[in-house]
Design a protein around this ligand. Structure first.
Ligand SMILES: Nc1ncnc2c1ncn2[C@@H]1O[C@H](COP(=O)(O)OP(=O)(O)OP(=O)(O)O)[C@@H](O)[C@H]1O
Length: 211
């Protein structure tokens, strides 16, 4: 795998029972790229992201990864009775980080205004998503995988999210987002459509790193 590719999926197939969802999907995630994936409900986008994140395996095919992954799944895996600070500390331990400082910085950048002592079940959906994003980014991953996690953000937070994404891109990181929003498209370097189990490039901006 070339040094400019951070994550590579090759000919991945996945079926649930007799229902094929991915029929030989290949994808390169290059450095410095904001990559979007669109597709109808049930097309297999979350399945694809889980396989990219290493949280599920395909029936065949390979995944190669250079560096750390940050993954924000569609359904939060966090415990409703844990506080914000407990979540941050749990992820700090899981990532084996010396400090939680980056998580608190990210939360501030995202306009998170809840107390660290607040319990998850008391937070609004968008506020929970801010925490999820900070948890997915606090270890400074090479690739951030986002399963529609930013779509509950208010407009200002949404813009801050894209600022953060641009910052990652400029530092040679990559962001993969599952998106349903037409106005996201201009922010992306490359957009793929997942349809009938096959991934096809839909558009590639002149600014993008993907040929
Ligand atoms: N663990 C599972 N067991 C059985 N079927 C599953 C499982 N996970 C997903 N599926 C099925 O696989 C198909 C693809 O699901 P997936 O969640 O990957 O799609 P999606 O494109 O992310 O959908 P959405 O846009 O609605 O979130 C769907 O038909 C879904 O019901």
């Amino acid at each position: 795998m070339s040094v400019d590719v951070l994550l590579r999926l090759h000919d991945v197939r996945k079926a649930y029972g007799r229902r094929p969802v991915l029929r030989g999907v290949s994808l390169d995630v290059p450095r410095g790229c904001l990559l979007g994936i669109v597709g109808a409900n049930g097309a297999g986008k979350s399945t694809l992201l889980r396989i990219l994140a290493g949280q599920a395996v395909g029936d065949s095919g390979t995944v190669q990864c250079r560096g750390r992954i940050g993954y924000c799944p569609q359904n939060t895996a966090l415990h409703p009775a844990f506080t914000v600070a407990e979540h941050v500390r749990s992820f700090q331990a899981a990532y084996r980080l010396e400090s939680c400082a980056r998580a608190w910085e990210l939360l501030e950048e995202l306009g998170f205004d809840e107390s660290p002592r607040s319990r998850m079940h008391t937070l609004s959906g968008g506020t929970r998503q801010k925490l999820n994003l900070a948890l997915g980014l606090m270890h400074d991953p090479e690739v951030l995988l986002l399963d529609e996690r930013y779509q509950g953000f208010d407009w200002e937070t949404y813009l801050r999210f894209w600022d953060i994404a641009q910052g990652l891109r400029q530092r040679g990181r990559a962001v993969v987002v599952v998106s349903h929003l037409a106005y996201d498209r201009d922010r992306l370097d490359v957009l793929y459509q997942l349809q009938d189990g096959v991934l096809a490039a839909e558009h590639s901006s002149a600014a993008g790193s993907v040929a």
